[in-house]
Design a protein around this ligand. Sequence first.
Ligand SMILES: NC(=O)c1ccc[n+]([C@@H]2O[C@H](COP(=O)([O-])OP(=O)(O)OC[C@H]3O[C@@H](n4cnc5c(N)ncnc54)[C@H](O)[C@@H]3O)[C@@H](O)[C@H]2O)c1
Length: 452
Amino acid sequence: MKRVVLVLLAAVLVAAGCCKSSDNTIRTTVPARPAGQQDALGMTAEPIETVRIGVVGLGMRGSDAVERLSLVPGAVVTALCDLLPGRVDASAADLEKMGKPAATGLYSGEPESWRGLCEQGDVDLVYICTDWLNHYPIAMYAMECGKHVAIEVPAALDMDEIWGLVNQCEKTRRHCMMLENCVYDFFEMTTLEMARRGLFGEVIHVEGSYLHNLDPYWDEYWNNWRLDYNSKYRGDVYPTHGIGPVCQVLGIHRGDRMTTLVAMDTRSFNGAKIASERAGEPVTDFANGDETTTMIRTEKGKTLLIEHDVMTPRPYSRMYQVVGTEGYAAKYPIRQYCFRAGEKREKTISGEALEALQAEYRNTAVTPELERLAKEVGGHGGMDYIMDYRLVYCLRHGLPLDMDVYDLAEWCCVAPLSRLSLENGSMPVEVPDFTRGAWDRVQGFSYALAEE
Ligand SMILES: NC(=O)c1ccc[n+]([C@@H]2O[C@H](COP(=O)([O-])OP(=O)(O)OC[C@H]3O[C@@H](n4cnc5c(N)ncnc54)[C@H](O)[C@@H]3O)[C@@H](O)[C@H]2O)c1
């Protein structure tokens, strides 16, 4: 019997492109870098005076993106694509209402209408806001067509897709950035600056999460794509909002790297119930647990705790906790900092004192003018606008982008690797070095700024 179980486990692991080693860690295949191909760390491209953007996927997220991008200096939306023609018409009408130039390319009606947008001459950047399953084929084709790509979260769903994007970016030398907006929230950007200047001592542990009751949204997704995906797959399927900001604090692939991951989940309680109600019949095989917790260790002996819950009435939280040898920062459930205060208990800083401290450590990448504009335009309180602004700014000045393809890979891999851990009794899983050997060439995260 035991032998049968072992043979079955081996078969599952081989099917997943991985194997179990003698130290009880599951390792996935790391494809060799093709000959002649270089890594893309600090990669730059030719400056683009006016960044011409094609947006694919004009649902809840994409239609807002069209409006935001139209308000970024030096950006113009030149092409629109959605499977549904009505959504293309609606975004074209939004551009007209805003007094912006009409998009010259409108694409819809076929599952691969986006090919036309990727081939359009006056498109420099393909900005992808479709459901998750469509991100990868569109991004791969866009880079093949010589375009830079920005992909909504999560950009890639499994290890093949992740390595595919890494290789395509390295080969074509086109930028491939994931649109992880949460690294641009004001508290996170300021705290990153504080960490960089050593206020927390050495940061040794971080926490991030996506706790968001999606009850109000299940009806809104095109073709029920999101619930369907959750029903098919275990694991933290939406890790990037939680892990992105804290990886920047730890300097992941900028002096440290994630090495091992272990995951645990509850069974599906509400997920199966919601799916059953929507299907009108019992759904008994809903895969995604209501709560999924992932723990990760780094090469330098630090830890990350990442949580996912879109099924319970737990209050919205991205957790964002930074624990250092000398200090602590937390955004949720309440914003506060704590520091050592002589021999006494730690000193907590909140309220007005917190605002004053944040003003002192303001992140230089966000000027007061940009902050004002971002809050006016909005998009999750302004962070979406800062993301778009920074993306366009870096492209215009030929600078490395804030987030590279390795960030995309590291933040997305939590989904397939947590699934692998869960499907194998919470076994440890190795997190590959997506830079293939260059993870400590750059020391610490920084924003590229042009010399004015
Ligand atoms: N960063 C954030 O804060 C944030 C917030 C919400 C959503 N998102 C992400 O944005 C993406 C879109 O989410 P949404 O909420 O807008 O979903 P949605 O269902 O509202 O929109 C998806 C759109 O994709 C279109 N589409 C589907 N197949 C297509 C194809 N083959 N070609 C062209 N268009 C196609 C659909 O018609 C629909 O308009 C997802 O990746 C999601 O995770 C990110």
